[in-house]
Every structure is written in C-alpha cells, then in structure tokens.
Design a protein around this ligand. Structure first.
Ligand code: TXA
Ligand code: MG
Length: 362
C-alpha cells in the first residue's frame, strides 16, 4: 500500500472521510500527538489499527469525539465530576475513562467495561470527526512501543506502506499525550500523567479528590524488585508494555539539577570506556557544560530545550527520542527533570522510554 502525506485541508479531509467511511484508517494531527483513527463502531476497521501499529490486542484504544454530545454515543453516563472536567479542559489534552456503551465493539476496549474518550483541540481534525459523524477509535499513530509521533514525518517513518493517508498539520503544539483520568470510581484517578497537571485537576475536583496511580511514576530507588513485580500486576493496561522507546537502550539520570552534569559526565565516561557509542538527550545547559568539560567528544547530543522550560521540553521530547534512530549510537543517556507539574508527564515518558532503567543520585 502506498502511504500519502497530504496537508490537512478541505480537500484532504474529504479524501480522509471517504477512507473512513469505507472502513479504512487515517492518521491525523492533534494538539498532543498524531492519532491513527478508524470508525469506533466498526470492529474490522478498528482491527486495522491494531495491525498497522502492531499493538497487543488487550491494550484498549481511546476514542476521539468532536463535542460533548458525541460522548453519549460511546459512554453510558457522564458523571457530574466528568462534566465539570469537560467544561474546564475540553477540547484539550484530557482523556476521560467512562463506562462503555455496548455498541462499542469489544476490540476497541480490549474487553474492558470502560472506554477512554477525548475531544482534541485541532480545528482540521475536529472538522474531520464532525463531518464523519463517527467517534474515531484513535491511539497515537506510532508503531507500538516506539515514541509517539509529533510530526507527519514521524508517522510516515513508522507506518509507511501500512496506512493509506497521513493528514499533515505540522508539528504538534503540545507534544505529550493527554492526561488520562478515570471518572468511574469514587475519586478521580490519573492513570497516565499528561499535559493537564494534578494541580489543575485538583483545582476543579477539590484537593485530595484526585489520585495518581501507576508504577513507573512512583518507583523509587528503595522499592524492591518483588514489590515492583507485585505492583505491576495491579496496574492498568497502559503501563503493561514497553512504551515510547528509542531503538538503542536508554538510561535516565534522576537527581538534583545542580549535580546533573557531574552524574552525566561519570556515566558517559563509564559507557565510553565500555566501548559504547553514546547519545545524550539533555538540556542546552547540560550539553553546553559537557562540551566545556570535553566529555562530548565522540558522542552525539540532542537537546530537548532549556532546563526548566517544561512546555518546550514536552514539545520536543519525542522528536529528541526519535533523533537517535538514524545515528550510530549503542546507548542513550537522558537527563531527567523534576516531577513537579508538567514534569510528571515528561518523567513518566522518560521512565518508560528507558524501561525503568534509571540512575539515581542526590
Ligand atoms: O493525547 C492522546 O491521548 C493521544 C492522541 C492521539 O489523542 N492518544 C493516545 O492514545 O495517546 P493511545 O492509545 O496511544 O494511549 C491511550 C492509553 C493507552 O495506553 C491505553 O492503554 C489507555 O489509554 N486506555 C484506553 N482505554 C482505556 C480504558 N478503558 N481503561 C484504562 N486505560 C485505557
Ligand atoms: Mg500511544
């Protein structure tokens, strides 16, 4: 199959509509990352998403809708607290877990009684959904396990030959996926940190009314392997698989900012002595310091932006992680950020990309 990239416009949206109406899949931009969509009511169309991505069948897809009214097509009920979150954050980077309507095929939800649903904030893509009249099952448009795509080119790199059309809307403005909030329990549960922060959710739901769940976001160095394994059995599907990973193994450095350069330098030199070709993904400041120390010789560096500029880092992160795919590196070192605010989402992605392989220092 030939994969076309077309700038998102009335014309290309018409082409996409035709594909969707005939049970096909189309990739399109959102403000978070690119999505790969199909009619959520059509099990065979949705099956094509799993095939193209190589996604395990028990990992549920989230659904994109154009407005609040469309949510009633996929969810049995929208609790009052969910209504308030929609009012505050939709369209935008928030996915709500709600009770699934029977009409949504089993394959979409990986057999769960719930679904994730979101209204993206992207005019062209909202037009596409609105005109199609269908909720779109739409995970991120990457090969399963790879960093999410934040450009049409990144989608193409993963899915060329596997899907007919990519609508190109340029780079995604936010760059990390939506925050996923389970609204089916007594308290709200964040099951994937994202662009909307815990503080923002608490401002709507009330302090203490929002819980953060998930292993990777809470692993500390003093947790034993056994405890981690026990925890892992309890976590949601979205924690179960290797996510967001670049092609070479990555180690994440976590600790105080003022000791980052020293820690990075030590590990870099250790890897070089072990014969590794090292790639560094870090802030401008840390890269500059490593350059000044002469550590960077025979390494490649990719900057994810300015230290502390979390919006900028979120927007560049996935491109940076993909940046080493074309380079000859056999190990990657990444600079961690503080877990505060949007940092929680950035660190969640970095910890997954490194498959939990962190070095801690204080
Ligand atoms: O920003 C986003 O959310 C992007 C854009 C394209 O909208 N989408 C996205 O979809 O990240 P995806 O499928 O790559 O990630 C959705 C996550 C998956 O990890 C899945 O396991 C989880 O949501 N998920 C979906 N439905 C769920 C459910 N009913 N219960 C728990 N987790 C669910
Ligand atoms: Mg994904």
């Amino acid at each position: 199959m030939e994969t076309q990239i077309q700038t998102i416009s009335d014309n290309s949206i018409n082409t996409a509509l035709e594909i969707l109406q005939n049970g096909g899949v189309v990739a399109f931009p959102t403000e978070t990352v690119y999505g790969l969509g199909a009619n959520a009511f059509d099990a065979s169309a949705v099956g094509k998403i799993f095939t193209a991505k190589g996604r395990p069948a028990d990992n549920p897809l989230s659904i994109l809708v154009a407005d609040r009214a469309m949510m009633d097509l996929v969810a049995v009920e929208v609790p009052e607290i969910a209504e308030r979150l929609i009012e505050a954050f939709s369209p935008g980077p928030l996915t709500l877990i709600l009770k699934r309507r029977q009409e949504i095929p089993y394959i979409v939800a990986g057999g769960l009684p719930t679904i994730g649903v979101r209204i993206p904030q992207h005019e062209g893509t909202l037009d596409l959904i609105r005109q199609s009249g269908m909720p779109l099952a739409a995970p991120s448009a990457n090969t399963s396990g790879r960093p999410s795509p934040t450009s049409a080119q990144a989608v193409y790199d993963d899915l060329q030959g596997k899907i007919p059309l990519i609508l190109d809307g340029g780079s995604c403005s936010l760059g990390v996926e939506s925050t996923i909030v389970d609204c089916t329990q007594e308290k709200l549960k964040i099951i994937r940190p994202g662009f909307i922060t815990l503080d923002q959710l608490e401002a709507i739901a009330g302090v203490g009314q929002v819980e953060l769940v998930g292993v990777m976001s809470s692993i500390a160095e003093d947790v034993t392997m056994e405890e981690i394994e026990n925890l892992e059995e309890q976590v949601s599907s979205q924690e179960k698989y290797l996510h967001y990973a670049p092609k070479a193994p990555m180690t994440l450095l976590e600790g105080k900012q003022e000791h980052m350069v020293e820690a990075m330098s030590d590990e870099l030199n250790r890897l070089k002595l072990a014969g590794k070709l090292v790639g560094v993904v870090a802030s401008d400041e840390v890269i500059e310091a490593l350059v000044n120390k002469g550590d960077i010789l025979s390494c490649s560096c990719i900057s994810y932006g300015k230290q502390g500029d979390l919006m900028g880092i979120a927007a560049k992160l996935y491109d940076a992680l993909r940046g080493f795919d074309e380079k000859m590196v056999t190990a990657i070192l990444a600079e961690g950020v503080s877990d505060e605010g949007l940092g929680a989402a950035v660190m969640n992605r970095l910890r997954k990309a490194s498959n939990g392989n962190s070095i801690y220092f204080s």
